[in-house]
Ligand binder design. Structure first.
Ligand SMILES: O=P(O)(O)OC[C@H]1O[C@](O)(COP(=O)(O)O)[C@@H](O)[C@@H]1O
Ligand SMILES: [Mn+2]
Length: 321
């Protein structure tokens, strides 16, 4: 329990903000340069260096991949000074590598931390996702509903017509039928080319972002990060793993998953209080991206704790090195 108390330390959450800031700053020079790999690598290096300064016994549970495919921040890697609370770390050093390379909106650096053993070890497969904001009762929308049923149910709960609902969806060929069905209700769709962590987070603040609901499949690791964000901001999230072949099922089994059809709620993915930090790399509806001016660079970070429901936005200005 002592570790648990220490985990909630407010200074530790500030440390987490420095980690996401450092990753964003490192990728700044690579915005719009057409090189996804270089941008990602810069963010990974910086995130790892900062993470290792934190007074934690951390283990990466959502990271850059398996040890053999990721030299750094691989799943299972121990991070931190080795002194302090035992924690799980979920991270995506650059969520939206393509967005960064093309200088398109909503690229973020993302990291979440929770007590050891409380974050789902999601394999690197797809996850079907569904999210809505904090204003709705449990059961308002479910995974079992068709896309059009979800739109109707949400519109009824919001007290508006289906034409007043906006759904955020990743633009992918696999989503064509779903997009057609959503459009048949009269709802509007905000198509995004990448970055479904931001896509899901948009649901938590519909008055700011104009987005009421997120649906469609994307990375399962990003699903856990999005669930962590919504646990802090409020909102409902559901996820079901999608397996395309036996190899992907084997990955899930290795991660300790036995029920392949399970619908995970937000609190199944993130089973205890969590701290979440994200820094804008390119500007979007939730965060301003990195701004460079002669001699200076400025970032904006959102730092949240689910225990208190606190949402802190921080700007950080640093001399350009
Ligand atoms: O591009 P795919 O295979 O549809 O995968 C979707 C996933 O890729 C992303 O758009 C971008 O992820 P990365 O840039 O971090 O690789 C995620 O936000 C999303 O979950
Ligand atoms: Mn990502």
């Amino acid at each position: 329990m002592a570790d648990q108390a220490q985990f909630q330390d407010r200074m530790l959450s500030l440390g987490l903000a420095r980690v996401s800031e450092a990753a964003a700053l490192a990728s700044a020079r690579l915005i719009g340069r057409g090189d996804e790999k270089a941008a990602d690598q810069a963010a990974v290096n910086a995130m790892r260096d900062q993470l290792n300064l934190l007074e934690i016994k951390g283990v990466v549970v959502i990271g850059e991949g398996e040890r053999d495919e990721a030299p750094m921040l691989y799943i299972g890697e121990e991070v931190g000074t080795g002194h302090g609370p035992e924690v799980d770390i979920a991270l995506d050093p650059l969520e939206g590598t393509t967005l960064t390379a093309k200088d398109m909106p909503n690229a973020l650096t993302v990291i979440a931390m929770a007590p050891r053993g409380t974050l789902l070890h999601a394999p690197d497969v797809y996850m079907e996702k569904l999210a809505i904001g904090p204003a709705y009762k449990p059961g308002t929308v479910t995974m079992n509903m068709t896309p059009s049923e979800r739109v109707s149910a949400l519109a009824a709960a919001k007290g508006v017509s289906t034409g007043d609902i906006t759904v955020c969806v990743l633009e992918r060929p696999r989503h064509e039928d779903m997009i057609r069905e959503i459009r048949s209700t009269g709802a509007s769709i905000r198509l995004i080319t990448d970055g479904d962590v931001a896509g899901v987070m948009h649901c938590a603040e519909p008055e700011v972002t104009g987005i009421d609901m997120y649906m469609g499949s994307g990375g399962a690791p990003e699903g856990v990060l999005a669930a962590a964000a919504l646990k802090c901001m409020g909102g409902q999230f559901f996820g079901r793993l999608v397996f395309r072949n036996e190899d992907e099922k084997a990955r899930a089994r290795n991660a300790g998953i036995t029920n392949f059809d399970r619908v995970y709620t937000r609190d199944d993915l993130v089973r205890a209080d969590v701290i979440f930090a994200a820094t804008g790399v390119t500007s979007g509806s939730l965060l301003t991206g990195i701004r460079r001016e002669p001699g200076w660079v400025t970032t904006e970070t959102i730092l949240m704790r689910s225990k208190t429901g606190s949402v802190r936005r921080m700007t950080y200005r640093s001399p350009l090195r």
